[in-house]
Design a protein around this ligand. Sequence first.
Ligand code: B4P
Length: 190
Amino acid sequence: MTRLLIVGPPGSGKGTQAARITDSLGVVAISTGDIFRANVKEMTPLGVEAKQYMDAGDYVPDSVTNAMVRDRLAQSDVAEGFLLDGYPRTVAQVAELDDILASNGQNLDAVVLLTADEDELVARLLKRAQIEGRADDTEDVIRHRLSVYREQTQDVVAAYRERGLVREVDGLGELEDVTSRILTALRQDA
Ligand code: B4P
């Protein structure tokens, strides 16, 4: 398993689990949210553009996000594999990723779908707000992000389900239990 995606609603644990599983899988974790946040912090032109969307809980436009991911996947450290965290999030991003992989003669191996109920997601993100103070972790913005996920990213999940790539994993419980569920799901045949 070398080319993987981790998908799920905001707060489902994508970033948390990506950091935990990439070492055991020997692949590089790429988080579009982290790349955007690094650019916001450095006030690069990309960061200045992304910030307005992120603060409102909206997706950064596909044109911006796709170019950034295409560039990242052209770097040499992903040759042995990658785990993309938070991309694709729209159907247009699925098409872009298909195109990038096809031009490299590559395929996706699996898509990990992390699930958790909405009350738990809101509670986790409000807790993160107290610790990290992220501008997009206020209750109104969290609820908006969850509705954007339902409207746009459920179709992404459906597209990968049709291809038989989705491994659905319960994201509730202790971090290490979720990690071992993911690794078990990736070892099984789809
Ligand atoms: P992300 O950084 O992906 O934000 P997220 O969905 O909140 O992160 P994640 O889901 O990884 O957080 P985690 O659960 O690990 O994106 C931020 C923004 O960037 C988006 O809203 C959008 O504007 C933009 N963006 C990113 N990608 C884009 C794209 N492809 N297209 C367009 N725009 C894009 O952690 C949440 C909290 O839960 C943490 O505090 C963690 O400690 C806790 N937690 C995790 N697992 C837990 C568990 N098992 N039990 C208890 N708590 C847990």
